[in-house]
Structure formats: C-alpha cells, structure tokens
Design a protein around this ligand. Structure first.
Ligand SMILES: Cc1cc2nc3c(=O)[nH]c(=O)nc-3n(C[C@H](O)[C@H](O)[C@H](O)COP(=O)(O)OP(=O)(O)OC[C@H]3O[C@@H](n4cnc5c(N)ncnc54)[C@H](O)[C@@H]3O)c2cc1C
Length: 371
C-alpha cells in the first residue's frame, strides 16, 4: 500500500492553481496556501495570450479547454507599432494566429472553479517553512502543518526559493506606470490600440495599450529609471505619478500623451528578473514552478505560459511513482525551457526601451510577423 504524499502548494496564482487542478485529477488532495483574502481581493491585472505548446497545452491537459475557449478572445491578437510622433509603422490584425488572449481574472476563475471548494486556503500567507521530524513544516497564521512536498508557486518574491539558494530578482532598470481605460469613455485610445496590442516607442520610452475583455484597455507608460526613483514613484499619489509620467513623454505626439492624461492610474511596477538560467541543487521535498523559479520581464509574453507548462510537468513528475529523481529531472527541464524565453524577454526589453527609437521594434515585428 502506498500513502498519498502530503503536498503544499504555496501560492494560488495561475501556476499553483494549475498544479492543484492536475493533482486533483490524479486523485491527490494538495493544500494551496494563498495570501490573498479571497478570489476578489485585488485586481488580477491585464490580458494574457496562451501559447499552443505551453499555456493552451496545460488547459487541455487539465480538461479546461472548453472553458478557456469560452472566455478567450482570438479576435484580439493584432499588433500595432507607432513612433513617438504617432506615425503608424506596423499594423497587423493577427487573424488566424493561435495565441488567443484571456483576461487574467477569467483564467483565475476557471482554475479556481476546477478544484474542490476548500482546496485553496485564502488569507493564508506562508510566513516560514522549516524542516521538522514529521516533514516540512509550513507556518501560516493558522499554525504549523507538516507536508512531504512543498511547491513554491509563490511568484517572483518567493519565500520557498530561499530554501534552495540565495538568488534574488534583480532590478531591470525600468518601470511601468499602469493605466486603465474604458472604450466608451476613451474612444481615442480604443482607436489607437486596434485589434489587440499597440506599442508606441521612442528614445528609451514606450506607451503600450493592450485590449482586455469587457470593453477595457490596459495601458503602460514605461521608461528607464533608477530603482530608488522607481520606488519613490510607486509611493506617489496618483496625480503626482501621472505628472511624473507626462514629464517623461515631453515632446511626444499629443494623441499619445493623451493616454497618460486621460487614463486612470492603476499603479507602478518596477521590473525585476531572476538571473537567466537560475538553477539550484535539487533538495528532496522542495521545488519551484513559474515566476518563483524563473521570473523575467514581461517583454516575451511567456511568464504565465511557462508557469502553466511547469505545472503540467511537475504534476507528472510527482505522480510518476519514480520518486524525487523524477522531480529533479522536471527541475532541469524547466530551467532549460525558461532560458530562451528569458533571453527573448531581455531582447524584447532592449528593443522596446531603445535609444534607437522604434527601429529595433519594427525590425523585430517584420522578422517575427512579416509585413
Ligand atoms: C505588467 C505585466 C504583464 C505581463 N504580461 C504577461 C503576458 O502577456 N503573458 C505572459 O505569459 N505573462 C505575462 N506576465 C507574467 C505573468 O504575469 C507571470 O509570469 C505569471 O503570473 C506567473 O504565475 P505564477 O503562478 O508563477 O506566479 P504569480 O502569478 O505571481 O502568483 C503567485 C501567487 O502566490 C501568492 N503568494 C505569494 N507569496 C505568498 C506567501 N508567502 N504565501 C501564500 N501565498 C503567496 C500571491 O498572492 C499570488 O497569488 C506579465 C507580468 C507583468 C508584471
């Protein structure tokens, strides 16, 4: 007789929830510790495109393809590029592409509804993990509980990662100010964005607009800035943050600057990444997936796709019957898979926030998408 392993998943983001779903399908009952008070505790952020061989593959493996198709927006796969004067340099509607968008909130809801009630423990921020006689003790406000396996799905600032080494995310030298738009209130932004995503790029600065579901558009004003100044920006009241962003885009086309003037300021995101190829010596009973293992800047659009694919592979390893060596093999393959994505994110950031204006982005679009 074998006894099912006691598995703690720290973090109920896309990666942690996907792992919970897949283990549930295999008859296991992991516990998901999630810091958020409930499913609606904070806005989940923008739209994500799921790629065929990673994100969509995971949704199929989890039996959630129909739910995904119901909420996905294949019509929003277009790309536009403007320069700082507002000249449209590249415009492609993305029809026929296979990277449909889905709102992050919809994806989280699908995953949450796919696991039994109670599998996710809300309001359960993990404060520490200690090795005890009975296994790995996961400490939260509710007390300490023993598990055989602890999975760090707790994002870029993972606590679980600290059990496996001292790697920390490094500041990437750039910040995003996030802006919210409603297509009815902001028809000019609606017209700029087109069928999917727009970038306006010039002189180490970028304005980005991304169509979300339900008539929403999420915008980002991004530029290069010291870490301390980025943090100071994050502490500013919204109108001061808007004024600081506007000052950065002095001289840009009024149509583009209007995104900063009229958008609802939603927050500030300094960008961080783990060293490319971050790895660790495998430790029985503790592993990582998603951003906890390979946080990267969002410029490759791969982060959530990798997190979901990691969950598929880790679920297979944990249920293979081959013990921890199977998990160690999962770790090696996961790390190798993330390297080209992280390299693409670094190249993407260099192209978007470039001293050479829009030319590198235009070259990138032409090489990748034609036109
Ligand atoms: C601006 C921006 C745009 C992006 N756009 C894209 C995109 O278009 N495509 C794409 O593929 N990726 C994108 N990403 C990246 C993507 O969001 C991440 O890669 C993805 O969310 C990683 O999923 P995860 O489950 O590993 O971690 P997360 O989504 O970070 O989830 C971690 C969870 O752990 C919880 N948690 C953390 N600490 C604890 C604790 N101690 N105890 C309990 N719970 C804890 C958190 O509350 C959270 O719910 C973007 C990221 C940013 C910042």
């Amino acid at each position: 007789m074998t006894i099912d392993p006691r598995i703690a998943i720290i973090g109920g983001g896309p990666g942690g929830l996907m792992l919970a779903r897949l283990l549930h399908l295999r008859g296991l009952a992991p516990v998901v510790f999630e810091r958020d008070a409930d499913a609606d505790a904070r806005p989940q952020g923008g739209s994500l495109d799921l790629h065929s061989d990673t994100g969509q593959h995971a949704m199929r493996a989890a039996g959630l393809e129909d739910a995904f198709r119901t909420h996905a927006r294949p019509e929003d796969q277009g790309d536009r590029l403007y320069d700082a004067d507002g000249t449209l340099l590249f415009d492609r509607d993305g029809a026929g592409d296979d990277r449909p968008e889905i709102d992050r909130s919809a994806l989280r809801r699908i995953l949450l509804e796919s696991v039994p009630p109670g599998m996710v423990r809300w309001n359960s921020g993990v404060e520490a993990i200690r090795l005890g006689d009975a296994g790995h003790m996961v400490v939260s406000a509710a007390g300490a509980e023993a598990f055989d396996v602890v999975v760090g799905a707790d994002g870029g600032w993972s606590q679980v990662r600290a059990l496996l080494g001292d790697a920390r995310p490094r500041y990437e030298g750039a910040v995003f100010v996030e802006l919210g738009f409603d297509t009815r209130r902001h028809p000019q932004v609606d017209a700029l964005v087109g069928a999917g995503k727009m970038f306006a790029v010039g002189d180490n600065r970028a304005l980005i607009g991304q169509r979300n579901g339900n008539g929403h558009i999420r915008g980002y004003a991004g530029w290069r800035i010291d870490e301390a100044d980025a943090r100071a920006l994050g502490a500013m009241p919204p109108e001061a943050m808007r004024a600081a962003a506007l000052a950065e885009f002095e001289g840009w086309s009024p149509v583009l600057r209007d995104m900063i003037v009229s958008g609802d300021p939603l927050g500030v995101r300094p960008l961080y990444a783990l060293p490319i190829g971050h790895r660790w010596a495998s430790v029985a009973g503790v592993t990582l997936l998603g951003d906890a293992a390979h946080l990267m800047s969002p410029f490759a659009g791969e982060g959530v796709n990798l997190a979901l694919a990691d969950a598929v592979d880790l679920a297979a390893a944990l249920t293979s019957g081959a013990g921890w060596p199977a998990v160690a093999r999962y770790e090696a393959a996961m790390i190798a898979r993330a390297v080209p994505a992280a390299q693409a994110a670094a190249r993407g950031m260099a192209a978007v926030l470039s001293g050479a204006g829009a030319a590198p982005m235009l070259d990138h679009y032409r090489a990748r998408l034609g036109g």
